[in-house]
Design a protein around this ligand. Structure first.
Ligand SMILES: [Zn+2]
Length: 92
């Protein structure tokens, strides 16, 4: 799980999202959400890990090679010869 404090910054400007959508995202209580996820995960015996924002977006989830930025939010791995969405790659 990404440190949710960083998410707030993501939704502030640009990103192609409408003003209304952005406000909705910012009105969440991120702390509360994070606390609940942690609680539920612990209850289920799942480990909760926090990862550093940024680092996961620049490396391929499959081979660990550096990714090259493509248009929009896509990244390209020169080793795997595949294009990935940077958010999906970061979660893999
Ligand atoms: Zn790769």
């Amino acid at each position: 799980m990404e440190d949710l404090k960083g998410l707030r910054r993501l939704y502030r400007k640009g990103n192609g999202q409408g003003r209304r959508y952005r406000r909705k995202m910012n009105s969440w209580s991120f702390y509360e959400l994070q606390r609940q996820i942690e609680y539920k995960a612990r209850w289920l015996g799942l480990p909760v890990r926090y990862i550093r924002l940024g680092g996961t977006s620049s490396k391929c989830a499959v081979c660990g090679s550096r990714l090259v930025s493509e248009e929009h939010r896509a990244m390209f791995c020169l080793t795997c010869k595949r294009s990935v969405d940077r958010d999906i790659n970061a979660c893999s």
